[in-house]
Ligand binder design. Sequence first.
Ligand SMILES: NC(=O)c1ccc[n+]([C@@H]2O[C@H](COP(=O)([O-])OP(=O)(O)OC[C@H]3O[C@@H](n4cnc5c(N)ncnc54)[C@H](OP(=O)(O)O)[C@@H]3O)[C@@H](O)[C@H]2O)c1
Length: 379
Amino acid sequence: MNKYEALMSKCIKNAYKAKGSTKTNPLVGAAVLDNNNVYYGIHEKYGFAHAEVNAINNAGNKAMGSELLVTLEPCSTHGKTPPCVEKIINAGIKKVYVGVLDVNPKHAGKGISILKNAGIQVEYGILSKESSLLIEDFIKYHTKKLPYVTLKTAVSLDGKIAAYTGDSKWITCEKSRQYVHKLRGFSDAVITGVGTVLADNPLMTNRVYKKLNQPARVILDSFLKTPVEANIIESVNISPVIIYTSKNIDNKKADILKKKNVEIIEIDEYNGFLDLESVLKSLYNKGFMNVLVESGSKVNGSFFDNMLVDRVEFFTAPKIIGGENAVSAIGGRGISCMNDAFVFKSSTVKKCGDDVHISARITDYTKDVIEFTNNFKVE
Ligand SMILES: NC(=O)c1ccc[n+]([C@@H]2O[C@H](COP(=O)([O-])OP(=O)(O)OC[C@H]3O[C@@H](n4cnc5c(N)ncnc54)[C@H](OP(=O)(O)O)[C@@H]3O)[C@@H](O)[C@H]2O)c1
């Protein structure tokens, strides 16, 4: 790894610290390099200054004639903040090193062109794989027009999520359960099925990581069976509650829920269940970039059957539950032959208290961005 790759790696690591605070904005890290002094910056929060602006501000007058590294192409349009390319040009930066180009069509390649045309040297594609992994949710959001879907489950060693009686408290240890609050804090919405609402009466809020996001709660409930006094409904003041339901619902119940400020959205069905792609499209239209599926066997199974899962977070406890009638983590139809099994693109395995935490990517949105970055030429 050369000097610039090592610095870019540090910028990427720094950028991850803002996970859960940037909403639909990407995670971005930057550094100004003035001889041997380094001034870092990250995009900390949605609506706040971008990473390169923070790095330049930290460098102060040392930015003049220095080099800048940034994990993502600097923006070139006015959004919540002025364009970063202006700041870079005005600061007198002489060379910019970029991780990957922006997939957002408003920016794609434009920032690079503006900098080059202003006489600044630009190199791009520095640690492009790692830089694009940092923003995989953002890439999917802009290229597929759908939220990035993470599915979390807490299982016993034999893959069960409850005993045959339905009892499920608790399978995993305290530390794993705390970590789930962090996953909620990284998400714009938590999706659950009415089966889980009826069985566990959960809140599905982030009650541990106060600086992270408080996600909206989404219930998949075709017949509005969610009790009006359910904990999720009663806590609507903490974060919004949306129920996706079928088109043949009891209007009286819908009215009671609406009066409690619950949003009811009727959606098409597919194979006897609510159409999950329509649900995700609707959540995309609400500006949700990251959703966490925290459901029972049926909803989990449907997400896999419809190939809608991007990432899994499995917490596996050193326990055996057993029982033919005890539900397993992923229901649905499943695959018919091993060749069709979902294979991880990459994974990490760590101990979490007494449990094993497997975090794994199923989809890969980095390829197109790396290719676009590598093939981009300034006209
Ligand atoms: N260990 C864990 O991590 C964990 C997490 C959550 C839950 N659980 C356990 O899971 C058990 C509940 O599992 P479950 O399978 O009954 O509940 P679920 O998956 O949470 O909910 C299933 C229900 O959701 C509705 N639904 C709407 N659209 C759907 C779709 N596209 N696909 C599938 N279902 C859809 C269906 O009811 P309608 O037809 O009425 O709409 C379905 O019966 C409980 O024992 C709970 O404790 C464990």
